[in-house]
Ligand binder design. Sequence first.
Ligand SMILES: [Zn+2]
Length: 729
Amino acid sequence: MRKRAIVSMVLSALVVGCNNDNKESTETEKSQVVAKTEVETTQAVFNLETNPFFSDYDTPFGIPPFDKITNEHYAPAFDKAIAEAKAEILVVANNEDVPTFENTVVALEYGGKLLTKVADVFYNLTGAHTNDELKALSKDIGPRLAGLNDDVNLNPELFKRVETLYNKIDSLDLRVDQKKLLVDRYKQFVRGGAGLNADDKQQLRELNAKISKLGLEFADNVLAETNNFELVVENKKELAGLPDYLIEAAAAEAIKRDKPGKWVFTTHRPSKTPLLMFSKNRELREKMWKGYTHRGNNHNTNDNNKIVAEIAALRAQKAQLLGYKSHAHFVLEGNTAKNPENVYELLNKIWPAGLTQAKQELADMQAMVDAEGGNYKVEGWDWRYLAEKIRKARYDLDEEQTKPYFSLEDTLKGVFYTVNKLYGMTFKERTDLPVYHEDVRVFEVYYKNGELIGLYLTDHYVRESKRGGAWMNAYRSQYVDEKGEFVKPIIVNVLNYPKPTGDKPTLLTFGQASTLFHEFGHAAHGFLSNGIYPSQAGTSVPRDFVEFPSQVLENWMFEPEVLAKFARHYETGEVIPQALIEKIQAAAQFGQGFATTEYMAASLLDLAWHTQTDTVAKDTNKFEAKVLADLGLIRQIAPRYRSTYFSHIFSGGYSSGYYGYIWSEILAADAFNAFKEKGIFDQATAEAFRANVLSKGGTDDPMKLYRQFRGQEPDAKHLLKSRGLLLNK
Ligand SMILES: [Zn+2]
């Protein structure tokens, strides 16, 4: 594997949650509750007739009518939806009938329809295409949804009903998915504070609201810092080494920023990463590296230092209020890993191997600098540049050689080809459906029996209204409704690739191309979902499992059989030469010391913040420096995310869970090995994967599902081997 597995963040737009990529929302989880409404409201208040959220979507497949939804529709829709949800909760809580699975657990499960409908659109757009009004509104809505969650979790009548059922669970004759639903719901109550006294409940509400609000401020600051930073170049000589596409993009950016004739580089990845990789100008690299790694740490109005420390302290306080040692203990209870001790055990197996390799990579770089008479010590801003030089020298392979074979359009075809061969999925583009931005494309998705199973939206290009990263999200998740109707998913993959300039298509690096496969891995988890209950659909699995299906799919991109199908030169149509494929494979393990170390450092930083038992806010810079020093991290490598722009854990849903990518990767490496043993498109293996993993969503224990697919426990050696950390040196 060969690969940069950790490329994506699946952040869910749900506040507070990569959702990533699925619903990773934490503090402000969308409440599953809600349903019917007894609320009387006047049409004047809610614009019942004109607000698109208040009627069934009159569109093909029920795709949201993006062309009719405007900013002013959200606030009244949320008002009504939240009121309905509250009323609905009371109906279930105050039901005088004896509690049953149906009238309690299922009733809660199907509640909140309007809220889900509004939130699905709203939180997708606040991530993919936001504006000042949406930003302002989300600050208001976040705490209200957190409060609504508390209305459920802290309602004593509701808890009593669920607890009654939980206590006699074995006599209820429930299916596996139903049993899990009841257990999860019960735990949700306990974890939400249902067992607390009135004062503690009030304190919990306040903590939840504060954490939620701070998370949104954190995200705004990161976005502002990312957008505000600009590296302006006035003299063409300073552009030495940079590829043409980057220079063109920088010139275009300069025009956009009213600096015609100059070049502007930004900390957005498509600008930052190639600059650090190719610029011969050490000073320019240093400015960019510092600009990127200091985001949120500039002691200005967008500074995140205090927010980080406060969030961590508040989370520790909340965990202890609920009877947990730390926030990490609280979070991990519900994960595949179960507790931080298990996570540390795993990370400690991998960290030394990665760091040793990284130090060797550094020594190789310094040797090259010295041999060339460079007369400087290698620093963080030199790493990508020197690594690229060594890669080129060692493998005679650079991105400009390979990029022409990876046009965005052809790579997407490669993704479609792969899932067609694995699962029989086919795609048909529709150009007549409403979209929220002109860059969005829509595809009908068919299963092998010819049945239409959902809609796939792609939103590939970088823009300011979109946050960074790549993720999958659902405008509608799969489930079976109360009438037994199968609801088909509407899923989007959002990425941040450069837009084509002139008549040249967008050409992708390997990392970018594999991200496209990765994100479709999440999408496949959503499309092939075959559960009953909404909260168990598709990617609704623990965070240290959710990256498993996505990382597995990345592997196919590196297979010669697949590359031969889609990797064609965008000008000549020539299939990528076999010799180049072999070079790609040889080079794939290069730089894994760095990749593993920067990722692991971020994971360990996340755990350090969240295993704290101290509830007093720390000095963020000092805390981070100590954690990294204790790890023995070399100064030339920054954690993949430093605290002040670590959105996954401070404004996404990954707190204490960033390690999940590598946990999932262990499963992915082991699972792909199952395919390699039988053939990468072996139908029995693909079907076993679909039936035991993809279709199951969150209906059963993830490790049990894994063993059913694989027939044995996962073995971590496949991961170390795939990263070249076991065999080398
Ligand atoms: Zn992902």
